[in-house]
Design a protein around this ligand. Structure first.
Ligand code: 4GY
Length: 277
């Protein structure tokens, strides 16, 4: 097997894998070229199957607004056992993702097409993803998402590729695939045309003002003794806008208060917070 292989056994999704948009459908949002391309490097490309074949992302792929290309890291394994992990130097439990297959996979995938794209590695030791970072990622033409498994990446992967280290939160998952889906989902819905017209305003949560979303209600008006706030059925749109903004502010203040409360060491999760005042 060549040192820098460019296997073409890529797992495709998007325009190449999906039938063209039906002629009865509104074709106005079918782009000739995707606005962003994601390349996912993973040992489990099939994990993305269901995720990409339903709802918003399915539609965005069909309409060529985004493209997602999956690459099986095992295709760059060099030895006969197709091994991509090995035991840690220095001892300890578990296995480490080897540098050669990962570095060569990223280089080969970047060389498939221009531009090379921004490389992101999904790891809990990364910087926490937030909506502001998502907005910046959505301005990129191409993102290379590196999904680790086992105990972690050989550090030379990080040194050589200098990826941005992205964490979706302070907990440990079995692999970077779910975090990569989080990035694809959060970024894609900011690409123009991806959300339907009736959804295009759904950026108010964490919007420019950084406020949380207001509460939402739909039918029935009364459910198990709980009724819809009267203002929402008043038809007074100025009044409704004022109420929603006030609710958003209240929620944001409440969340902020909770965030700055001191953590009680060893307190069971969900136990009462320390009294205020
Ligand atoms: N949390 N945020 C996360 C994660 C799994 C060992 C490297 C997270 O982003 N990624 O828990 N990832 C680990 C598993 C290899 C990725």
């Amino acid at each position: 097997m060549p040192a820098v292989s460019t296997p073409n056994h890529e797992v495709k999704s998007g325009s190449d894998a999906v039938p063209p948009a039906s002629s009865v459908e509104d074709s106005s949002t079918v782009a000739s070229r995707p606005l962003i391309r994601f390349d996912v490097l993973t040992l489990f490309p099939n994990l993305f199957e269901g995720f990409l074949s339903e709802s918003i992302l399915k539609r965005a792929l069909e309409r060529n607004l985004i493209a997602v290309h999956r690459h099986d890291l095992r295709n760059w394994a060099s030895n006969k056992h197709h091994q991509v992990d090995d035991r840690p130097f220095g001892g300890g439990p578990g296995m480490v993702l080897m540098a050669p297959p990962v570095v060569e996979a990223v280089e080969a995938v970047q060389a498939l097409t221009a531009p090379p794209g921004l490389v992101l590695a999904m790891t809990p030791s990364g910087r926490r993803l937030d909506q502001e970072w998502v907005r910046r990622l959505a301005t990129q033409p191409r993102l290379i998402l590196l999904c680790g498994r086992y105990e972690g990446f050989d550090e030379r992967i990080i040194e050589l590729l200098q990826p941005e280290l992205v964490s979706i939160g302070d907990y440990v998952l079995s692999g970077g695939e779910v975090p990569a889906m989080v990035v694809i989902d959060a970024v894609s819905r900011l690409i123009p045309g991806v959300l339907g017209d009736d959804q295009s305003a759904v950026e108010d949560s964490f919007g420019p003002e950084g406020l949380l979303d207001h509460p939402h209600y739909t039918r029935p008006r009364l459910y198990r003794g709980l009724s819809v706030p009267e203002v929402l059925t008043s038809g007074n749109h100025a009044e409704i806008a004022r109420w929603r903004r006030e609710q958003a502010l209240q929620r944001t203040r409440q969340r902020f208060r909770e965030a700055v409360l001191p953590t009680i060491p060893n307190a069971p999760y969900g136990s009462a917070p320390p009294a205020t005042e």
